[in-house]
Design a protein around this ligand. Sequence first.
Ligand SMILES: Cc1cc2nc3c(=O)[nH]c(=O)nc-3n(C[C@H](O)[C@H](O)[C@H](O)COP(=O)(O)OP(=O)(O)OC[C@H]3O[C@@H](n4cnc5c(N)ncnc54)[C@H](O)[C@@H]3O)c2cc1C
Ligand code: SF4
Length: 584
Amino acid sequence: MAIKLDKTDAVIVGTGWAGGIAAAELTKQGYKVVALERGEDISSEDFIGSKDELKYEVRHDLYQDRTKETITTRNTTDEDAKPLRDQPTDTNGDGTGGTSTHWAGWTFRFLPFDFEIRSKIEEKYGEDRIPEDMSIQDWGIIYDELEPYYDKFEKTAGISGEENPLGPERSDDYPNPPMKETPSIRMFKEAAEALGYHPYRTPSANMSQQYENPDGETINACVYCSFCEMYGCDFGAKADPIVTVLKTAKKTDNFEIRNHAYVTRVLHDDDKASGVLYVDTQTGEEYEQPADIVVVAAYTYGNTRLMLLSEIGEPYNPETGEGIIGKNITAHYGNLLFTGVDGFFEDKKFNSFAGTGALGATLDDYNGHQIDNNETDFLHGFQLNISQGGAEPISNNPVPKDTPSWGKEFKENSLYYTNRHLGVGSMEACLPREHNFMDLDPRYNDIFGDPLLRLTVKFTDQERNLAKYKIEKAKEIMEEMGADIVEAPEITDETEFNQDSIHSHTTGGVIMGDSPETSAVNNYSQMWEKENLFVVGGSSFPHIGAYNPTGTIGALAYRATEGMVEYLEGDGGLLIEPKEEDKA
Ligand SMILES: Cc1cc2nc3c(=O)[nH]c(=O)nc-3n(C[C@H](O)[C@H](O)[C@H](O)COP(=O)(O)OP(=O)(O)OC[C@H]3O[C@@H](n4cnc5c(N)ncnc54)[C@H](O)[C@@H]3O)c2cc1C
Ligand code: SF4
């Protein structure tokens, strides 16, 4: 029998960027907030002296323990899914600050095209151009409406950047100038410009200078230490929830984080959530935390699974196309959509060992509306980039393909090419298909006996053609940069989703839109069917654009929090009326 606790104004599941932003904004307004975090308590002090590649990069210290709870994967509905147990690219966080502590810090805005994708494609290429089973939809919000919230997130996180010459309109500059320009970034920019492209410095949550954000939190200047992505920052120089929003919330005395609190259900009556059920994983005790509003911010997988386990919303059925929860899973699949080319240089050496998570440059000449899809055998597009993340000794061992993987020649080449290697990377938009979805696995359970989340994903020519095309464009830039050897991954018609594809940019499952017929949440991340339940994060993306997701997660979290305050201050009810023609 669960122990029933005193009611609070808001209970938040998860303490990453999404949960942290909700915590800061609600507590600043005077609301009492309890955040439940399944992992341990982590503070910036825990990162001091943590430049330990073996511990973090190799042994995944900050990540969720996949032996205890995981996901299962398969390609088609007639297969049994298999659990993912140890996958180096699936590095979601577990502990205060979530994944948002060991992110790299690339902080983009999605394009206006992304938010109105179906309308824009139909307008430009005609309805027939969209394959019947491609479930793209407009998001129920347009870029101009979201712009102030992007601005707010960028100011909270102190983003260092410069205007994208092909980007959407901004109401203000980035709060900090771009990071330092290194020789390799300069080479990329010069090569790109020579080819007629429009490169710009990657917007970075690593600080180019010391910065005080609007909440009064100081983020220090980055020292380019290289141990950045996959690590917490021991200099307090990477914007994360611990040094910003969670700190702001704690100052108010309205905030409590409970660690080792694993939420198993959202409790609910007819049209409202009443609280959550959680287990203290250190004592095994079960608790009920009642609240006026419930905020689920447990990343795409956690959000989708909690809705399915709690029986909120109708699970998506790929046979009939009915139901929403679990629908529109998309991601930057590691073996296809997150690939790039390698360049090896005989006459140049680079200080690649120095860097930061988001030190680089990007170009958008093939992204969204910039590319003419009349000329391509795919829709939407991609960005190309160079990144100087800091080449660490264990995980970086670039050698040309014909080098043996061990022995004398490997050692010689490894030493020779360590500082003579650069990469041109990319990220592509991924568009949803009716056959790709998430549901509960009937075969595998977690330690509480609850079914694991199951991913069913099969690639189509859309993804493969896009990847092949972008590899050719990346090669051209690397050649222009003067590399003596240019190598690209082989993408064939057989390249398929597998456990190497799993990536921390997975989105969808509790998607947003302008009507309950096509979406689970409105553009305040408010569930249509439970008015005091807000499901915040990448789970609400109807598709992932050609950018890392967190800038957009942050913007949507600020928008959602504005809605939560409006809801708590008002008389309840939906904050947005569902679109007229879809009403019953
Ligand atoms: C190595 C790496 C690099 C990345 N780099 C970038 C980048 O450069 N740019 C970018 O835009 N994105 C990047 N990302 C993605 C980015 O980290 C995520 O988009 C972002 O952190 C998501 O924030 P969130 O608050 O939604 O989720 P999270 O930060 O993952 O927070 C979710 C929290 O919920 C908790 N939780 C989950 N389930 C439960 C439960 N049942 N009960 C209680 N608590 C629960 C988790 O423990 C976690 O703390 C990167 C990700 C990784 C792994
Ligand atoms: S590179 Fe900069 S932001 Fe990243 S961990 Fe080092 S000091 Fe912190």
